[in-house]
Design a binder for this molecule. Structure first.
Ligand SMILES: [Fe+2]
Ligand SMILES: [Fe+2]
Length: 129
């Protein structure tokens, strides 16, 4: 069974974003499963997270999204955390704990279901569906 599986309960009502979240879950699953290539899977995950957050943030700016500031600071919090795990890994702490893995999965799942879903109305109103 996959570590995290996308289903309709994660849908934010915007196709492009739903597809990115599905991709993102793929990277989280690879990070969880492919223990032999951890360096690559963390790096890939980080760059996809960065790409995805930038996509959302571009729309926040374009659409003048009211919760932009708070949402972006949530993104920054997660990115800083994952980057810190990666740094620790590169410094020789090759054991990524279950706690870390669960954080990587659970934070994003919660973020999508709460914070991301809040921009649906704004994005839809600006023609993004
Ligand atoms: Fe997102
Ligand atoms: Fe987000």
């Amino acid at each position: 069974m996959a570590f995290i599986t996308w289903d309709e309960s994660f849908s934010v009502g915007v196709d492009l974003i739903d597809k990115q979240h599905q991709e993102l879950f793929g990277f989280i699953n690879a990070f969880h499963e492919d223990r032999a290539n951890l360096e690559h899977t963390i790096e890939d995950l980080l760059s996809y997270v960065d790409f995805h957050f930038k996509t959302e943030e571009k729309y926040f700016k374009d659409f003048g999204y009211e919760k932009r500031e708070d949402h972006e600071s949530q993104h920054k919090f997660y990115e800083d955390k994952v980057r810190e795990f990666f740094k620790q890994f590169l410094q020789g702490n090759t054991l990524i704990s279950e706690e870390v893995e669960n954080f990587v999965r659970d934070w994003i799942a919660h973020h999508i279901k709460v914070a991301d879903k809040e921009y649906t109305k704004c994005f839809n109103e600006h023609g993004l569906k």
